[in-house]
Design a binder for this molecule. Structure first.
Ligand code: NAP
Length: 490
């Protein structure tokens, strides 16, 4: 094992087992699975491998703590979250190193993820004391209407590997603020950051004598087998999932039996539109942000660059030059700006999409292959003359590949942008305010960046339309996902 990239103070305290009812312990089968560094392919830690029985024990704990947690004063729930925010902030550098080790992104990006992920905890520590409600006279004057909120109940939270901290805090912060207890099933490839943050939450609860079962974590290499019985158990009242559309569809079917409240943050296929009237410097800078974070492995990654024909060559050339300046390597090495992909299969998938685009007539302007050597790397790639039918355009690539497709009119740009079953985010660069406003009406996406390559903000509602999901995380909307509305007629 090579844990040298993880600060020794953290490595010696890092939990690698299951957290159930406030106790860290091995799985019932005593088995483990390996977590490795995608840049070096070295093993980092062996993590306890939860069984289906462990999953149900975690639900026992969450259900057992539910009554006490929902009646814990909102101010106390807020204080717990605020303490977690403070501790994460103090330990930000260590947590960032851990994210880089298990996920591969450059250290500066991991630091940005810590700041972003912690902000969900702070935002919902502030929202915890603002429970929504309403009292009004019925329109007919026949009585009083009282509308109040209650925590929905124990929640199963399933997270992906690409933001090991932020995807977890985006769920636990609103859940705990609302008064829900949780079972977390982190991603098999990156469970370490989740386990570390769970320990920070456990400590904040324990120091106040609050119920230990509020937060439970069951890392596993058999996700479906562990989550199936939890989803079938009537004590579970909520499922929040972030991951691929395909897995999300299966989980929605499973959640239907218990008529569970569900939040689904699914895949994307973001268009990045550049009109001839755009500030091209700003567009290229925004394109780098929208495309290259986590080597293109974000749900909000610009997947297709739709560029007005008259500026397409200039934009492509400037983008190529910006890609040329990137430094590919181990994210823990200073100056590296592009880390590895998460695993070997991801490299193969990205390369297959690129080669198919080339077969369809695309021109490789830079990159276009995986470098030889250790680590799951893929060279930052710009493709021009890409057919809109190529897989690199029609499917989520999840890699450092920028395919450029041209359009001739705003109408055609909209047709191309909306010609997908996904609808998570879209970006558009234009100096024409009227056009910008039309785009915000017409683009089928839950989030739209106008002259910006980054939309994520803990205080804003994050989520998609169409096959990109149901519900929102962040902002005022995020906590409502964990609340029931109860109407009383008096
Ligand atoms: P994934 O394969 O769907 O996995 C997501 C999570 O679901 C992981 O914890 C995974 O566990 C678990 N899982 C897989 N199969 C399952 C099953 N049958 N039952 C229960 N759980 C199961 O997605 P990913 O590769 O981790 O993440 C990439 C995808 O997530 C992309 O499509 C990306 O767009 C999307 N994403 C969306 C958002 C958003 O906010 N909309 C944010 C980030 C990522 P294992 O790790 O054991 O496979």
């Amino acid at each position: 094992m090579d844990t040298s990239v993880i600060p020794p103070t953290l490595a010696s305290h890092l939990p690698t087992t299951l957290l159930i009812d406030g106790e860290w312990g091995a799985s019932s089968t005593r088995t483990t699975f390996e977590v490795s560094n995608p840049a070096t392919e070295e093993s980092l830690f062996d993590v306890s491998d939860a069984s289906p029985a462990d999953g149900l024990r975690a639900l026992d704990a969450a259900a057992g703590a539910a009554a006490q947690w929902r009646t814990t004063p909102p101010r106390v729930r807020s204080d717990v979250l605020r303490e977690v925010f403070d501790v994460i902030t103090v330990r930000a550098a260590d947590i960032a190193a851990l994210i880089t080790a298990e996920c591969g992104k450059p250290f500066a990006e991991s630091q940005a993820e810590v700041a972003y992920g912690a902000e969900f905890i702070r935002w919902y520590s502030e929202q915890a004391v603002r429970s929504p409600g309403l009292v009004r006279t019925a329109p007919a004057g026949t009585g009083t209407q009282l509308v109040r909120s209650r925590p929905v109940g124990p929640a199963l939270l399933i997270t992906p590997w690409n933001f090991p901290l932020a995807m977890v805090t985006r769920k636990i912060a609103p859940a705990l603020a609302a008064g829900c207890t949780v079972v977390i099933k982190p991603a098999r490839l990156t469970p370490l950051t989740t386990l570390y943050v769970a320990e920070i939450v456990r400590e904040a609860l324990a120091s106040r004598g609050l119920p230990a079962g509020v937060i439970n974590v069951v890392p596993t290499s058999s996700s479906g087998a562990v989550t199936e019985p939890i989803l079938a158990d009537p004590r579970l009242r909520k499922l929040s999932f972030t991951g691929s559309t395909q897995v999300g569809q299966g989980l929605l079917r499973a959640a239907a039996t218990g008529v569970l409240r569900t939040s689904m943050e699914l895949g994307g296929n973001a268009p990045f539109l550049v009109f001839a009237d755009a500030d091209l410097d700003a567009a290229v800078s925004g394109a780098m942000t929208a495309k290259m974070r986590n080597s293109g492995q974000t749900c909000v990654a610009a997947n297709r660059f739709l560029v007005e024909a008259s500026v397409a060559e200039e934009f492509t050339e400037r983008l190529r030059a910006a890609f040329d300046a990137l430094v590919v390597g181990d994210g823990s090495v200073p100056d590296v700006t592009v880390g590895p992909l998460i695993e070997a299969a991801a490299v193969d998938k990205v390369d297959a999409a690129v080669q198919q685009a080339v077969d369809d007539g695309a021109r490789v302007r830079i990159g276009g292959s995986a470098p030889s050597g250790t680590g799951h790397f893929y060279l930052p790639t710009v493709l021009s003359d890409v057919s809109p039918e190529s897989v690199v355009v029609t499917e989520e690539t999840f890699g450092p590949v920028a395919p450029v497709v041209t359009f001739g009119s705003e109408e055609e740009a909209l047709q191309l942008a909306n010609g997908t079953e996904y609808g998570l985010v879209a970006y558009a660069y234009t100096r024409d305010l009227g056009r910008a406003m039309r785009l915000t009406e017409e683009i089928e996406a839950g989030m739209i960046g106008i002259n910006r390559g980054l939309v994520s903000d803990a205080s804003a509602p994050f989520g998609g339309l169409k096959h990109s999901g149901l519900g929102r995380e962040g902002g005022e909307a995020g906590i409502e996902e964990y609340l029931e509305t109860v109407y009383v007629a008096m």
